[in-house]
Design a protein around this ligand. Structure first.
Ligand code: NAI
Ligand code: XUL
Ligand code: ZN
Length: 365
């Protein structure tokens, strides 16, 4: 297939400057591929890390890169083998394409694939562009009551599903979730949907904590500048859980939160690390040994996580209403990055080039 129409892209250059550039419209590379017109993209804390710090751990911005990986769109072309998908379908995109041949993929942990081509993780371009090409298995039809705008939250919801599943059986458990950004709030919602009896949301921003109660938190705690042990003791006392929480989950990447979470855990508790940021942090190793804490890293999502996330929406056990607080036309994409960096609202969404915003905000029922 030949290149037909030019496409627009919002490109990050090394050093942190953005530019609007023209790119070729992607073409089908296999009969399982589909081309999606990107309608809306949510900004993730990770996109902002690449802009502000040029890297997350081993992933470094060396060459110009299109950011954005929380997207929905409309199928505009589909290969002959793209079973179940048709032009015009409204879809959420799973933005990582694994090799499907290595041991990790074959063992059902494709998020650990070393050959993963993940949108907006250097060197792979993301979705802040007119079009994006994915294999059919990375397209998930949106439930009819979910708009293209709110459907952008399915990617971070899948992150939350993955990390809560790593924490183990949550029925009747107490869970402290550090960070009330989109990922932390969605973790609160998933923990409640999975049966947790107590969900404590922890953050420094009061407005974000106020939102947490709408998405499943039973308690909120505003971190102070006191030492981590004092914060841990205070949050446990506030929730009446002096023996500690069963699960602590960090969705900040901030050292005081990792420390607070480890200190707040009960003996034999589980800690799940989702937040990314500085590569090396100081943590209380003695506490991890003393309490035989299980410390787990959580990376993106694996088999079944997108499907489960969509199932939680379909069954209305999780609602996304109100999480998108800021919307930007494509031409104002940089303002969206500035808003997220300033912790404005909860989720900022950038509409695709020339998108009719009313169409993107509407559900299909
Ligand atoms: N492991 C993975 O696969 C993934 C990791 N992430 C990471 O998860 C994190 C959360 O993502 P978003 O919710 O989109 O980011 P965000 O930046 O909107 O939210 C982070 C929240 O943490 C809070 N916070 C930061 N420092 C704090 C401190 N010292 N004490 C208390 N609260 C503090 C902020 O106020 C904010 O509400 C980011 O680090 C992101 O890079 C995101 C997606 C996938
Ligand atoms: O934000 C996410 C996924 O939602 C991170 O895993 C980045 O892909 C890291 O580059
Ligand atoms: Zn992300």
């Amino acid at each position: 297939m030949t290149v037909t129409k030019a496409a627009q892209a919002f490109v990050l250059h090394k050093g942190g400057t953005f530019a609007f550039e023209e790119r070729s419209k992607p073409t089908l590379q296999s009969d399982r591929d589909v081309i999606v017109r990107v309608m809306a993209t949510g900004l993730c804390g990770s996109d902002v890390h690449y802009w502000q710090h040029g890297r997350i751990g081993p992933y470094v911005v060396e060459d110009p890169i299109i950011l954005g990986h929380e997207s929905t769109g409309i199928v505009v072309e589909s290969g002959s083998g793209a079973a179940g998908l048709a032009v015009g379908d409204r879809v959420a995109l799973e933005p990582g394409i694994a090799c499907n041949t290595c041991n990790h993929c074959r063992n059902g942990r494709y998020n650990l694939c070393r050959g993963m081509r993940f949108a907006a993780t250097p060197p792979y371009d993301g979705t802040l562009a007119t079009y994006y090409r994915v294999p059919a298995e990375c397209c998930f039809k949106l439930p009819s009551h979910i708009s293209l705008r709110d459907g952008t939250l399915i990617e971070p919801l899948s992150v939350a599903v993955h990390s809560c599943q790593l924490a183990g059986f949550m029925q009747d458990k107490s869970v402290a979730i550090f960070g009330a950004g989109p990922v932390g709030l969605l973790c609160c919602a998933v923990a409640r949907a999975f049966g947790a009896s107590t969900v404590i949301a922890v953050d420094v921003v009061p407005a974000r904590l106020a939102s947490a109660v709408k998405y499943g938190a039973t308690h909120t705690y505003q971190m102070s500048s006191e030492a981590a042990d004092k914060n841990a003791a205070d949050l446990l006392a506030m929730a009446g859980l002096e023996d500690g929480v069963d699960v602590a989950l960090d969705a900040t990447g901030a050292e005081p939160c990792l420390n607070g979470g480890i200190l707040a855990l009960t003996q034999g508790g589980t800690f799940v690390q989702v937040g990314l940021g500085k590569p090396n942090l100081s943590v209380p190793v003695g506490q991890i040994c003393d309490k035989e804490i299980v410390f787990k890293g959580s990376f993106r999502y694996g088999p079944g996580d997108f499907k489960l996330a969509i199932g939680l929406l379909d069954s209305r056990r999780i609602r996304l209403d109100g999480l998108v607080t800021h919307e930007y036309p494509f031409g104002q994409a940089e303002d969206a990055f500035k808003n997220v960096a300033g912790r404005g609202g909860i989720k900022s969404v950038i509409y695709g080039p020339n998108v009719d915003e009313e169409e993107a905000k509407a559900s299909s029922v």
